[in-house]
Design a protein around this ligand. Sequence first.
Ligand code: PMP
Length: 300
Amino acid sequence: MAHLPFDQLEGEIWYDGAFVPWADAKLHVLSHGLHYASSVFEGERAYGGEVFKLDEHTQRLHDSASILGFEIPYDAETINAATRELLTRMKLVDAYVRPVAWRGSEMMGVSAQHNTIHLAIAAWEWPSYFKPEERLKGIRLDMAKYRRPDPATAPCRSKAAGLYMICTLSKHEAERQGYADALMLDWRGQVAEATGANVFFIKDGKIHTPTPDCFLDGITRRTVIDLAKRRGFEVIERAIQPDEMAEFEACFLTGTAAEVTPVSEIGPYSFQVDAISRTLMEDYHAEVQPQAAAKVAAAG
Ligand code: PMP
């Protein structure tokens, strides 16, 4: 492995209300969150020292916990202040921020009614490389074997650790075959999303994306839809069948980590990296810069 394992980085982690040395941010092996996946998290990016859409991420963290039946014992103001202070103390400018909440150890069985809820926030450097020429090659996706579950079988609106089991399996299988990622269908067999990013398609100048009724409605997804509409592009949210991919001209993924990443292949289907994808890639890059967000706010 080229880099240090994450438990060996240096700095501080905000843990249950206080900043602790990185090496001390531990939990006991008998934690409900580990055994029963009673854990929710966020993935955030700081650009130029500010987390992009921090309020929305913190809101989703609270919502994710509430969907899993627990309440994070820190309000949004506390979480946001802790996040900002963490970036300052760690001297981070362009960074990834990972809050995670989980049920503790008081009960160790399926029922965990009285377990304490813990929250930790870690951050590490994540340079904001913007090399459009590299991304313009597009990434290759495999078709995943696993499907996004029916909302009747899983709490699919929560960014819950347990929902990532099939994502890791799908991504590993794709990587074994030389692909960058995998496209997952949903329980009905409709196009859903990649293992950690939402998906968009382009045809005849219009943008199509699956309705997020059984997977995460990403914060980046919503941002990119707004950016596309500001440009006057039509965005159609609808059910998308896999065989429609034969007719789509372009495809890209969106996510906090992926930003806007063009896709050149999904299984048997291939795509061009078109002008709309390129425009949205650049618009997103401009949007995440802290001064850009302030400009839009000032313009009302
Ligand atoms: N779907 C999944 C499964 C994800 O893990 C992510 C990344 N959080 C997304 C979609 C995109 O969400 P966001 O744009 O809020 O990062």
